[in-house]
Design a protein around this ligand. Sequence first.
Ligand code: FMN
Length: 327
Amino acid sequence: MLRLGPVPLDPPLVLAPMAGVTDRDFRLIVRRIGGVGLVTMEFIASRALVRGVAKTLDLMHFVAEERPISIQIYGSDPDTMAEAARQVEAMGADVCDINMGCPANKVLKGCAGCALMGDLELARRIVAAVRRAISIPLTVKFRLGLDHERPNFLELGRICEGEGAQAVALHARTARQMFSGDARERWGEIARLKAALAIPVIGNGDVREPADVLAMLAETGCDAVMIGRAATRNPWIFRQTADLMAGRAPEAASLAARRELILGHFQLVAAREESRWALHKLRKFTGWYTHGVPRGRELRQRINELEDVPSFLAAVEAFFEQFDEAA
Ligand SMILES: Cc1cc2nc3c(=O)[nH]c(=O)nc-3n(C[C@H](O)[C@H](O)[C@H](O)COP(=O)(O)O)c2cc1C
């Protein structure tokens, strides 16, 4: 079984960090469905954490049921990153992850995220400072490079290994690509990284269904697979993949399971969030969750017109009731 230090990754499937998506409710939903070895929090600005910004601290709340959980931090100052990592450890996270893959301009301008691939010496100092600061496993997530002309992921991988990271995760795209192109055409680079390093490599990029996980493991020899966007459309993907890996036939999510998921997610969000924000979140997630559901478009259109939480709930109930009657 794959381990990051004392933390087992069983099965070796990781929920990718996604800002605005992998919040506490979504992580819990994925965890309750099962089949995921490690969940990751949306990325946390090291400076905001160190300054104790209330919104950031609130974002970082998690519960024991989510474990093992990785908290990802980003920033460009080694001391601030080290202090943020100390706090991550003090909060009880199982793994601390450093973001060196974010291609968003806002983050790049601060020389954080993927910009660190343009300054490997600074990247090295950050990994070293964070490693010294904590005793929990440390991982680093990055891309192929800033662009196709500068593919330096092998170098960065060796730096992470040399500075004591427990694993690295590679998203097989460059920063310039953002989310364009097909990462599957570059899975070969995950294989090259795996061949170059002794520490575990987590492969990432354009896994869309359970069979893709098996393909990535076979084609690249990577130790674990990280899934992002596919989990928003199908939070069952981890359990389905775990079944496939264990030689069992993966089960598609039934309409009843989808109904339960949406309403369950809604209750988690509504219990905590102020109602306008709750509606915004639920619209977003219901949109993803109903892809591929018969007449899902009708529900998506309907919920866009709704202004309050109880009508949203009623609309979801009514939508699924039509199938009960048909059955
Ligand atoms: C909405 C969204 C937010 C993301 N936020 C983060 C983030 O906070 N940190 C990070 O390292 N990657 C982030 N990513 C990148 C994902 O972790 C992942 O590397 C990428 O989506 C490719 O994997 P996928 O094809 O399985 O989605 C984000 C991606 C999306 C779509």
